[in-house]
Write a protein that binds this ligand. Structure first.
Ligand SMILES: Nc1ncnc2c1ncn2[C@@H]1O[C@H](COP(=O)(O)OP(=O)(O)O)[C@@H](O)[C@H]1O
Ligand SMILES: [Mg+2]
Length: 240
């Protein structure tokens, strides 16, 4: 499980996370919603050790992400992350984009890595795009390739940071369907999202962030149906 305990994070003088507590159980899907600049992306980058924190603890299956003794490379294999903006290697085929990390980081043979890549690309509906270059993919296909690339490392946790925000509205559905499929398969996921229907239908709990604080968390029925916090109410009345 992912345990986030009293996490404070600053960039210089700017306090971005002000004592965040959150525990995500195995198999759980938690959506994080909230205004721009509230610290949602920062939390995800702290969870997978891309950013240091000032105080508090983040533990993944008991391993403290920010302890000096922690092997971050090992930890990041366990925790996949997919961002809003997908950075594909333009000179590599879709297949090679997905086999790269398993070969370079996990030391797999090409054949082994290709077997996994083909499986994951098929899983996200890109079996017919193996030899294509990323520039020939639609935005939705590129994001599904990014998801396949993360899955090729066999992560136990997945973090998604507004993976549909840069997409043409017509392409949002196919990416959300992919996330939904992963959720149904039991993947443990934290999804920062502006897609309220997705948050409501797919997550077990929804967390509302406001100015670096996890202001409110609960099952979707509670957060969307009867939000307690004034800021949650304001936020939701603006997005709906
Ligand atoms: N690398 C960084 N350096 C300095 N400030 C940052 C950095 N990343 C984020 N911030 C600031 O931290 C705050 C929270 O950002 P972010 O976590 O991206 O919010 P959100 O994802 O909720 O929109 C913002 O004020 C942002 O400008
Ligand atoms: Mg963000």
């Amino acid at each position: 499980m992912i345990e986030i305990e009293k996490v404070y994070k600053s960039f210089g003088k700017l306090e971005v996370l002000k004592g965040v507590d959150l525990t995500v159980a195995r198999g759980e899907v938690v959506s994080i919603i909230g205004g721009s600049g509230s610290g949602k992306s920062t939390l995800l980058t702290c969870i997978n050790g891309l950013e240091p924190i000032q105080s508090g603890h983040i533990r993944i299956d008991g391993t403290d992400v920010h302890a000096r003794s922690t092997d971050l490379n090992k930890l990041r294999r366990k925790v996949g992350i997919v961002f809003q903006q997908f950075n594909a290697f333009p000179h590599l085929s879709v297949l090679d984009n997905v086999t790269l990390a398993p070969r370079k980081v996990l030391g797999m043979s090409r054949a082994e890595a290709e077997e996994i890549a083909v499986r994951q690309l098929s899983h996200v509906g890109l079996a017919d795009k193996l030899k294509v270059y990323p520039s020939r993919l639609s935005g939705g296909q590129q994001q599904r390739m990014a998801i396949a690339r993360a899955l090729a490392m066999s992560p136990q946790y997945m973090l998604f940071d507004e993976v549909t925000s840069a997409l043409d509205p017509l392409l949002v559905g196919e990416v959300l369907d992919t996330l939904k499929m992963l959720a149904e398969e039991g993947m443990t996921m934290i999804c920062v999202t502006h897609e309220m229907t997705f948050a409501r239908d797919v997550s077990q709990r929804v967390a509302f962030f406001h100015q670096g604080i996890l202001a409110e968390i609960g099952p979707p029925e509670q957060i969307f149906g009867a939000p307690q916090h004034l800021e949650t109410q304001k936020f939701l009345s603006n997005v709906r």
